[in-house]
Design a protein around this ligand. Structure first.
Ligand SMILES: Cc1cc2nc3c(=O)[nH]c(=O)nc-3n(C[C@H](O)[C@H](O)[C@H](O)COP(=O)(O)OP(=O)(O)OC[C@H]3O[C@@H](n4cnc5c(N)ncnc54)[C@H](O)[C@@H]3O)c2cc1C
Length: 426
């Protein structure tokens, strides 16, 4: 390796280290050695007081947290994994859609801001939404998954969102003013007192912990593990993975419900890829850290979006955003997307984000209250982001007024969303 490269590496290493030292209050070069005692094995106990706790820092959760914080609520974003972005980043589904329908942009706001800025920083190109594409996927936006995750962190920091990675709720109980949420992480026990909960876990885990009603199919859609293979290593051949597009293989039975089912899906996906490498004698150049999960639990909300509502483009009176995608149900035989009829643009009502008979909790993302076929279209990323923004705004307003999200005045919610760039149906 040439000397310049080594120097550069050292420089980068030291800069990151110095920043970390500054942020933790530690300083390199100071000998703080001491004998480890039993207290080193006990998790540090932390208490957080916040207006809004968003659980799940994925596609919807990032946007919910930024919106809540920008609306003036103190906000904590809790993510069980190592980074933000969820399915968009950790599972590598880095082609969010659909922000447009029939020649017009229908979803904007904070999700679009993040997508647009990450494309610009990456030197990429946005689709031309004034053109109706032949195939729906042609207007999905390609983002750089690595950059997207870092930009999401930056935007959270700018908005004042606190991020707690590697943590998840373990027990939740109602308090006079909201919730007490006891959380665990490695080396950390956190007790959160919050006024409002936003469940953006994908599979409505928080709603499940509260014993609120959820729906689930006997057989769910397969998940997918994304990867990239390349030709065998040969002297004189370039080493790169070739085209930027990733391949994927189905992981049947993939279930995002808990650590055991996620572990099983990841092991199954990776095993299949190892077999592929062996049989095709190609090189593994890229592998996502986690399986992408299409389906698990959906909430039973104050209302439910049916496939008839979806395919007819029903305009709900409490609609908080649009959605647009074919009905897109994956089975063991693959998928045959059913496009929406010309001119149809479905909407998502606030009540589909609110678990039935609940107080002080709202969801956003693929667990939106919907029947299975409607959900197969609603679950894509642009609507998840728009739902996230609506949920974050409703939670912030509810926290400010000491009410539950169902009782937030619609005009106030709509005005707040509009002020933050969202496009509202009607
Ligand atoms: C293979 C595949 C292909 C797809 N193709 C497309 C496509 O082409 N275009 C498109 O737009 N959409 C596509 N989708 C759909 C879309 O990506 C997802 O439905 C969407 O990203 C889900 O967003 P979400 O916010 O609900 O969940 P996620 O993005 O999955 O976020 C959930 C987050 O919550 C965290 N979490 C879960 N449980 C806990 C807990 N208990 N405590 C703390 N954190 C927790 C997770 O780690 C994760 O970060 C695809 C999905 C898959 C799987």
């Amino acid at each position: 390796m040439d000397k310049n490269r080594i120097e550069r590496r050292r420089f980068m290493h030291y800069s990151a280290g110095a920043a970390l030292a500054a942020s933790t209050g530690a300083a390199f070069g100071v000998n703080a050695e001491r004998q480890a005692g039993p207290e080193d094995c006990v998790a540090n106990t932390v208490t957080s007081q916040t207006d809004v706790l968003v659980v799940g820092g994925g596609t919807a959760g990032i946007i919910a947290a930024i919106q809540a914080a920008r609306a003036g609520a103190t906000t904590l974003l809790m993510e069980r994994g190592s980074q933000l972005g969820g399915t968009t980043t950790t599972a590598g589904v880095s082609f969010p859609g659909l922000f447009d329908a029939w020649g017009k942009q229908i979803i904007a706001g904070i999700g679009w801001e993040l997508v647009r800025e990450s494309v610009a920083l990456d030197g990429g190109k946005l689709p031309d939404f004034s053109k109706v594409p032949r195939h729906h996927w042609q207007n999905q936006v390609r983002v750089n998954q690595f950059l997207y995750a870092i930009l999401a962190e930056e935007k959270c920091a700018e908005a004042g969102v606190d991020i707690a990675c590697y943590e998840f709720p373990q027990a939740i109980s109602a308090t006079a003013g909201g919730w007490q949420v006891d959380c665990a992480g490695f080396g950390t026990q956190r007790r959160v007192f919050c006024k409002q909960l936003v469940d953006c876990t994908g599979g409505a885990s928080v709603v499940g912990m509260l014993n609120l009603p959820r729906l689930r199919e006997q057989e769910t859609q397969p998940g997918s593990m994304l990867f990239k293979l390349a030709e065998p290593n040969q002297p004189g051949r370039p080493n790169g993975p070739g085209s930027g597009l990733l391949d994927s293989l189905y992981v049947h039975g993939a279930d995002s419900s808990n650590s055991r089912t996620v572990t099983a899906a990841n092991l199954q996906g990776r095993k299949a890829i190892l077999e592929k490498v062996r049989t095709e004698k190609r090189r593994l150049m890229h592998l996502q850290l986690e399986t992408g999960f299409r389906e698990s639990y959906r909430i039973e909300g104050e209302t439910m979006v049916t496939v008839e509502d979806y395919t007819s483009g029903r305009l709900f009176e409490d609609a908080v955003c649009y959605a647009f995608y074919p009905v897109d149900l994956h089975t063991r035989d693959g998928v045959k997307p059913k496009p929406l009829a010309e001119g149809v643009v479905p909407t998502i009502p606030l009540r589909a984000l609110i678990p039935r008979n609940s107080r002080n909790i709202i969801v956003a993302g693929r667990s939106v209250s919907s029947d299975r076929l409607a959900n197969s279209g609603l679950r894509v990323q642009a609507p998840c982001m728009a739902m996230g923004q609506a949920a974050g705004a409703a939670a912030a307003l509810a926290a400010q007024s000491g009410i539950t999200p169902l009782h937030v005045p619609l005009e106030e919610l709509r005005a707040l969303l509009q002020a933050h760039g969202a496009i509202l149906p009607g």
